[in-house]
Ligand binder design. Structure first.
Ligand code: PHE
Length: 337
């Protein structure tokens, strides 16, 4: 019996030593109510009175040894499991994170938003108009009757005889004056279309920003002050503005407006082609015929209007030498802005 007990102890301790030993199963197997130790002890009744305490003590030692080993192994397994989990979940917080690639505002949008901000700061509202437009608003209401030669300068995409893709943002002037009573102070940015072949400075689709102010006693001085303020905010405080006489059918008098070159300050450089000045927009006092056609009395009210190309301003500002860069959306180009 003693041998059986000692052998059992040896076997149990060997089984417990296995790294992935199932401790609970081994406990039941050796120490459980129907376990091996209990089975051996049941035979104790057959022992003599002298043998009984001796075997009883051995049995207790065996039980204690197995119990102690069970406890020790349980602790070891717990420690090992924790260590394994910590190793698996280990995180090096000093490794630099992956920075998600962030997109950019397209340079055309950037410039258009800058323009809008400046005019909003001067009390202008933003108004939009349709890109598919009636000939009436694109031309006739702007003092350009059907046989007017000015139509030739704007190679227009016609959809039907009287519907076209607007060739300028000026039709928004006429639409606004028809709907609103003065005082009117609006800008209107948007796409315009002309059937030009694509080259470094032309595109069949481009963007303009129109401006219109109508009120009592609006003068050319107001136009000049407004554009001077815009130019300083857009191109820098040192910027000067110059008006050159020009002709537009819907304004009288009309002017082409230059700003002093913001690259060289007016001395003459590559950007201004040695001129010191750069043309950026067309402007003038709203023609009385236009006011009248839109239901505004030219004896009571006067107004000024201006229009500029968003691409042109963008190209000048960022020294872009080919308009096509603005439409190709090459990420290497766009990520520079
Ligand atoms: N619509 C004109 C153009 O496209 C620009 C302009 C707008 C001129 C308003 C004067 C007044 O060339």
């Amino acid at each position: 019996m003693k041998e059986t007990l000692l052998k059992m102890k040896e076997e149990a301790l060997a089984a417990l030593a296995a790294p992935d030993a199932d401790l609970e199963a081994l406990r039941i197997r050796y120490l459980g109510k129907k376990g091996e130790l209990t089975a051996v002890l049941r035979g104790m009744g057959k022992l003599s009175a002298e043998e009984r305490p001796v075997i009883g003590q051995i049995a207790n030692e065996v039980r204690e040894a197995i119990e102690n080993e069970l406890t020790a192994r349980a602790q070891q397994q717990k420690t090992a499991a924790l260590a394994a989990r910590l190793a698996a979940e280990k995180l090096d917080v000093t490794v630099p994170g992956t920075v998600p690639e962030i997109g950019h505002i397209h340079p055309l949008d950037r410039v258009q938003r800058d323009m809008e901000e400046i005019f909003i700061g001067m009390g202008f509202d933003i108004v939009e108009g349709p890109e598919v437009e009636y000939d009436y608003y694109n031309f006739q209401a702007l003092n350009i009757p059907p046989d007017h030669p000015a139509r030739d300068t704007q190679d227009t995409f016609y959809i039907t005889d009287n519907i076209l893709l607007r060739s300028q943002t000026s039709p928004v002037q006429a639409r606004t004056m028809e709907k609103r009573k003065p005082p009117i102070r609006i800008i209107s940015p948007g796409r315009v279309y002309r059937s030009d072949a694509m080259d470094a400075t032309h595109s069949p689709l481009f963007h303009q920003m129109e401006g219109l102010v109508v009120d009592k006693n609006v003068t050319m001085g107001d136009l000049k002050g407004t554009l001077e303020m815009f130019a300083k905010k857009m191109f820098g405080e040192e910027t000067k503005v110059r008006f050159r006489p020009h002709h537009f059918p819907f304004t009288e008098p009309s002017a082409e407006v230059d700003v002093s070159c913001f690259a060289c300050g007016g001395k003459g450089c590559r950007l201004c082609k040695g001129e010191g000045w750069i043309e950026i927009l067309g402007a003038g006092m709203v023609h009385p015929n236009v006011l009248r056609m839109c239901g505004i009395d030219p004896d009571e009210y006067s107004g000024f209007a201006f229009g500029m190309g968003v691409e042109r301003v963008t190209m000048l500002k960022y020294h872009i030498d080919d308009i096509r860069h603005l439409y190709e959306n090459d990420v290497r180009f766009l990520s520079q802005f």
